[in-house]
Design a protein around this ligand. Structure first.
Ligand code: SF4
Length: 75
């Protein structure tokens, strides 16, 4: 399993994560920031637990993020 940790308030809406993993990220029409799908909010972070099969795409998303607010951990 993988834990994604997303610090949404710093998102600049560049679209890189949604390009890398469309099934996990989507840009909000309300505020233009990315949404981590199926996540829960804990303090300032959004957290999602996903399967190992999503590692590659989300690793690209994390590495593509210009403000480095996507973290991935194997759990
Ligand atoms: S790549 Fe980073 S800054 Fe760009 S939309 Fe995704 S979370 Fe936001």
């Amino acid at each position: 399993m993988i834990r994604i940790i997303f610090q949404r308030e710093k998102c600049i809406g560049c679209n890189a994560c949604t390009e890398a993993a469309r099934y996990r990220w989507r840009l909000s029409r309300k505020d233009g920031k990315s949404i981590l799908l199926d996540s829960i909010k804990k303090r300032n972070f959004y957290i999602s637990i996903i399967g190992d099969d999503e590692w590659d795409a989300n690793k690209i998303a994390a590495e593509s993020c210009p403000v480095k607010i996507i973290k991935l951990e194997k759990i």
